[in-house]
Ligand binder design. Sequence first.
Ligand SMILES: [Zn+2]
Length: 358
Amino acid sequence: MIELSPSYQSARAAFLAQAEAKGYAIENNLLQGYRGIDDELLYCDIARKGHDGNNKCIVISSGLHGVEGYCGSGVQHQLLLQETLEHLPQDISVIFIHAFNPYGFSFSKRVNENNVDMNRNFMDYTLQIPLDDDIKEFNETVFPLQWKGSHLSDVFEAVYQYREQRGVSQLQTVLTGGQYHYPGGIFYGGTEPQWTRKLWDRVCHELAAEFEHVVHIDIHTGLGENGDCELMYLGGNQDKIKDSVIEWFGEDIVKIPGTEGSTSKPITGHLASHLDNFNVNNIAIALEFGTQDIDHVLVSLINDSWLQANPDCSDSERRRIIQTVRDAFMTPSDEWQTRIWQQSKLFVEQAVAGLKAL
Ligand SMILES: [Zn+2]
């Protein structure tokens, strides 16, 4: 089973120690100007292993949504520990990206240091991003215009009223699709590329320069039944890519966000789409592990948005909210941790087998 570290710092230390022991070359990318919850420095660490001239690569990343990194880091650590990726053919390189969003990881938040959802930040900001009517209505009539000084109970009363009238599915659609006009709200994609995006952009350049084929597996939590894994196909710039994905993992397994059978609504500006801008064949998938029902998960994020704007609240309130968010994105039980590992191992092995055959 995977281990869930108690903090970003301990997760990072465990990952680095194991990557080093297995002979990976490690690059530490410092998020300048910020410190973590224990005043620690914040890094996104990249570990690479392979040979010059390799033309294929598997990339496994964690923590794009901060707090989801506890699970993602646990998977990465276990992949290293179990040597799942140790005996690959000579032409396949491995890259681990640990804690894409270290600030969110450290503070147990889904968003980054600017309240930006990093899986909505990959937009073309030279274009005007239109404001959807439903998102406008929700953010201007249900959510408080000023989160600072608002009462959490009032916020929830308005949200529950909306859910009562429109249903949970519509609530999920209006909240999670991504929005670019309400910086204090949730699933906010920002108005400019964030640090993590710049980092991924640089890595994409390197991937395109070095490899012909890249498989990218990004690890997430918070959608689906507890312990289940949804394998989301998020793109790839070749016509036959989707067929390959189905062949590798099975038709019943592969889901596309926003279509039948997926727990995710359609989303904008996600990370996986970015590699399509580079001259490299790529297959981008996300593993989404279920924790609590969507209602609980959304409640935790609304709590967190409120905390972001009201940092002077009582210590007990702060601790309650942080715990609510952690509970929404990981389940510390042997059964959950075992299921996460079994499914991660299987999908990574299937991806490697597919990559080998290319
Ligand atoms: Zn996520």
